[in-house]
Design a protein around this ligand. Structure first.
Ligand SMILES: *Cc1c(COP(=O)(O)O)cnc(C)c1O
Length: 386
């Protein structure tokens, strides 16, 4: 039986399809990796955030097996009831130590961490100042907090300063991706911190794409930001760390406050403790991961050099594993993505609303698990299709 609301929804779906905006899922068999079986086809995958190739690393698999035998599968309860396992606890301490912050709290996902932090630290008396290209979860979190939500043009700190100057909010928070997820460029961390200090604001930095990758693996924080009590740092753990979850690191009082007030921490079942055991191993791999990071940097340089003269699109400025190839129109990006897939290369087309209209792109992501030959194949295919 059809009814009006259902009909309207079906019209909405048809409109998405007509605008080339319909999203669909690819079906993965086997392990995540640079080479994967997706929709039944063997492909070289350039769309995973598994930047260090840890998602199916033997040491992590081994850690999962050992933890599984020891503690089973489910956590059974929320952290504040009886679900807080020693593995969770040890990971939080190890993570805080590694990133150079006094304390840390482990959330089940980055999305939940962002919701938790912003709603715990901001309320309707606060003002949140956000880069326009921040991740969707930070946008949702700011809205949910009830704070006045003010956005500044991407990396435009002059505009941000004007906004801070005219704000009368008693509590202020500057929020930014540290590495921007669809562009691959980075926040101006020390300049943001200068403004946070001048206008007495918190600075919340979401390093979903920098942790494990940038610097010595500790992510994109500068030394000043690492030691500043007003900087709250987020690493998500499903990307370079290869597992799942997210950790917030900050002053011990901030972490205590989150433990009391972050609803997406308090009112949810703890993640399976075996994942925390995997994360402990992942942290060891990241700490000892200079060789992986050097390989990754080599692939980034290879791709940028190889595509510098490309006719069909422009590689956006980025020195991170996120290397977007700017195309423009949705339909063109989708067509190019389909053509490279016919050659066994998986690169997703990213369209509105994920990126601004008219800036559809192929989002190429590189991993230490790619061989030089994998990257050479992508370069050759893109030149060939131009
Ligand atoms: C992926 C991502 C998140 C969400 O993290 P999940 O653990 O996948 O929920 C948050 N912020 C940014 C910038 C991201 O790229």
């Amino acid at each position: 039986m059809s009814f009006d609301a259902l009909t309207r929804m079906q019209q909405g779906l048809a409109a998405l399809k007509a605008d080339h905006l319909e999203r669909r899922r690819l079906l993965l068999d086997g392990a995540q990796g640079a080479h994967a079986t997706i929709d039944g086809q063997r492909v070289i995958s350039f769309c995973s955030n598994d930047y260090l190739g840890l998602a199916a690393d033997p040491a992590l698999i081994q850690a999962a097996h050992a933890a599984l035998d020891q503690c089973g599968v489910g956590a059974g309860a929320a952290h504040l009831i009886s679900g807080h396992h020693r593995f969770h606890h040890e990971f939080e301490a190890a993570f805080a130590h590694f990133v150079g912050k006094p304390a840390a709290l482990l959330f089940s996902t980055g999305y939940m961490a962002n919701l938790g932090v912003l709603t715990a630290l901001c309320n309707r008396h606060s003002e949140v100042f956000a880069d326009k290209l921040n991740h969707a979860s930070l946008v949702d979190a700011a809205r949910l907090s009830g704070a006045t939500f003010t956005r500044f043009r991407h990396r435009d700190l002059a505009q941000l300063e004007g906004q801070l100057e005219s704000s009368t909010a008693p509590e202020k928070m500057i929020v930014s991706d540290l590495v921007f997820s669809m562009d691959g460029d980075s926040a101006l961390v020390d300049a943001l911190l200068d403004l946070a200090e001048r206008y007495d604001a918190w600075l919340y930095l979401d390093d979903a794409h920098g942790f494990g990758v940038l610097g010595d693996g500790r992510g994109g924080l500068t030394e000043r930001a690492r030691t500043s009590d007003r900087v709250i740092y987020l690493a998500t753990l499903g990307k370079a760390a290869g597992v799942s979850g997210a950790a917030v690191a900050a002053h011990a009082s901030v972490i205590d406050w989150l433990l009391q007030k972050a609803r997406s921490y308090v009112y949810t079942t703890a993640s399976p403790p075996l994942l925390a055991a995997c994360l402990l191993e992942s942290l060891r791999q990241i700490e000892a991961g200079d060789a992986r990071r050097a390989t990754l940097r080599g692939r980034i340089v290879q791709l940028r050099e190889g595509l510098a003269s490309l006719k069909t699109g422009t590689l956006m400025p980025s020195d991170t594993p996120i290397q977007p190839l700017l195309i423009g129109a949705n339909a063109d990006a989708v067509r190019l993505s389909r053509s490279v897939l016919q050659r066994g290369l998986l690169v997703p087309a990213i369209r509105t609303p994920t990126v601004p209209a008219g800036t559809a792109r192929l989002r190429i992501t590189l991993s230490a698990a790619h061989s030089a030959d994998d990257v050479a194949q992508l370069i050759a295919a893109l030149h060939d299709l131009a």
